[in-house]
Write a protein that binds this ligand. Structure first.
Ligand code: C2O
Ligand code: CU
Ligand code: CU
Length: 518
């Protein structure tokens, strides 16, 4: 397939002079870090540092991690909230319309750049790997919070090291509030809880073990033997008998969870990737892939003192290749049945009613108004997701900082349909190459138009009723055999906006491309 190299015009629009281009052929990888704009008046200003640290995760030895540390320089004190005793970064709590400046200081001994997953921000504040900082470098991000209320997150986006840096701890939640959300009076304060799901493996000294260097492990993506929730191995919560909002983030590298309540009460979702749904939706189970978020409404009203309810991840046998027959390494070493074989039921969290209360907010029947995006004149953009031996790719291409293919050029202000085509079959000898890909798009959120699951076979079929496709999405799981059609606006900002598989090992292997919005 023909590849169009960046033209001089697109460079100019990206704010780079032609002289610099001629002088520095490798420039996209060596861009001068952005230092901010004197005329930008922030409402919120933060300093964010990446550091190495030791934290207690398991009993005994501390674990060496990489983590974010933050300091609020300006803005409401509620902007930063820390989860106690974890490697996760503090939650960044923004309000729609705020102008935010974040000064990132890379205090690791390796390169790093951070991305705000879900936020619609200009290219130079998006954490594109072209801005990767050396050890000791710093970068100034400036953006206005254009997003509606919802749950997003920030994480490392250092090309070819994203998976490892996220694995070692470089991730944290972002919440955005707006007037519509405020009017709903959803459970907040102690009644709003994050649930960040991440799987990890530990050695005998409690140190994190990442993948071996085998290509097979990378192609499959990292699967740990212990699932941590909010960075802890035994998530147990004391609850009142009332309704809660749970902001669930799948912050795992590759693991897909099939969420369900142990007593078979249906799950009620009120929000998805970066926004509230138009109305609550119930499902017997919900699938959450890496990079996705689901806001749950958990109603414990009417439950008795001492009642417990567990949030489970149901078995997903055969869905994660190479894990058939269970996990590797230490199984179930840390409380309950938290080991991570794909045929096991995993307890994610246990909620115990320790206080009876009589009033509880009731579930709003209408949440927010979501305009339905409709089709466009331009032909759909087809993106074919392929697992070739040694290289997962998109339309046969791997990531390049500079190449922009024909179908990757889109006009500013346009609305495009995009077909995500996963042709791999889940059966037969091709099975090891058949994987589900959680496809993520930087920039503005999209809507899912349709899902063709007719050709989804085998174990993967056990996931297909658990998708939450309504509302605004930025990450969507595409099963083997499936074609998912989405519609996405490209407004506000010109520049390079990445799209990639959020199986982070796939991303690092190059299953990433970019749109050039011109
Ligand atoms: Cu959460 Cu480009 O990623
Ligand atoms: Cu993103
Ligand atoms: Cu993938």
């Amino acid at each position: 397939m023909a590849q169009t190299h960046l033209t001089r015009r697109t460079f100019l629009q990206a704010g780079i002079s032609a002289a610099a281009l001629i002088a520095t052929p490798g420039l996209m990888a060596k861009m001068v870090p952005y230092r901010g704009d004197r005329t930008f008046q922030p409402d919120v200003e933060l300093e964010l540092r990446t550091v190495t640290d030791q934290v207690s995760i398991l009993p005994g030895h501390k674990t060496q991690v990489q983590r974010y540390r933050a300091r609020l320089l300006k803005g409401p004190a509620s902007t930063l909230t820390e989860l106690p005793d974890v490697y996760l970064g503090p939650s960044l709590n923004f309000q729609q319309g705020q102008k935010v400046r974040i000064i990132l200081r890379n205090q690791l001994t390796e390169p790093h750049i951070t991305h705000w997953h879900g936020l619609h921000v200009p290219q130079r504040s998006d954490g594109h790997p072209m801005y990767t900082l050396p050890a000791g470098g710093h970068y100034v991000y400036e953006f206005e919070v254009l997003n509606r209320a919802g749950t997003s997150f920030y994480h490392a986006h250092t090309h070819e090291r994203t998976a490892e840096q996220v694995y070692h701890g470089l991730a944290g939640l972002i919440t955005v509030t707006d007037a519509d959300e405020h009017a709903l009076a959803l459970p907040s304060g102690p009644f709003e809880m994050p649930l960040v799901l991440q799987d990890r493996s530990f050695d005998a000294n409690n140190q994190l073990r990442y993948l071996g260097h085998g290509m097979h492990d990378k192609m499959q993506g990292f699967l740990g033997d212990t699932v941590l929730v909010n960075g802890r191995p035994d998530a147990q919560f004391h609850m009142q008998s009332r309704a809660y909002r749970l902001r669930v983030l799948n912050g795992s590298n590759a693991r897909i969870y099939k969420l369900a309540l142990e007593d078979s009460t249906p799950l009620t979702a009120i929000g998805t990737d970066a926004g509230l749904l138009s109305q609550p939706e119930q499902r017997p189970y919900l699938v959450i892939a890496p990079g996705e978020r689901i806001d749950l409404w958990l109603d414990l009203s009417g439950r008795e003192l001492g009642d417990t309810l567990r949030l489970l991840s149901l078995p997903v046998p055969g869905v994660l290749p190479g894990m058939m027959g269970g996990g590797r390494g230490r199984m179930g070493g840390h409380g309950m049945d938290r080991h991570a074989g794909t045929e096991a039921t995993i307890t994610l969290a246990q909620f115990t009613v320790t206080e009876r209360v009589t009033d509880s907010p009731s579930l709003p029947q209408h949440l927010v108004t979501i305009p339905k995006l409709t089709a466009t004149d331009a032909a759909p953009i087809d993106l074919s997701l392929q697992m070739r031996p040694m290289s997962p790719s998109i339309n046969g291409r791997s990531f390049s900082m500079t190449d922009i293919a024909q179908e990757e050029q889109v006009a500013l202000g346009s609305m495009r349909r995009i077909r995500l085509i996963n042709n791999a079959s889940g059966m037969g000898p091709a099975r090891m190459m058949a994987m589900a890909h959680p496809m993520h798009f930087h920039g503005q959120q999209f809507q899912v138009i349709s899902r063709n699951t007719d050709a989804v076979r085998g174990d993967y079929a056990s996931l297909k009723d658990g998708f939450l496709d309504g509302g605004w999405k930025d990450t969507v799981l595409v099963l083997p055999g499936e074609t998912v059609e989405i519609i996405k606006p490209f407004e506000d900002f010109q520049g390079k906006f990445l799209f990639h598989c959020h199986n982070l090992e796939h991303e690092d292997l190059g299953m990433m491309r970019q749109f050039d919005v011109v």
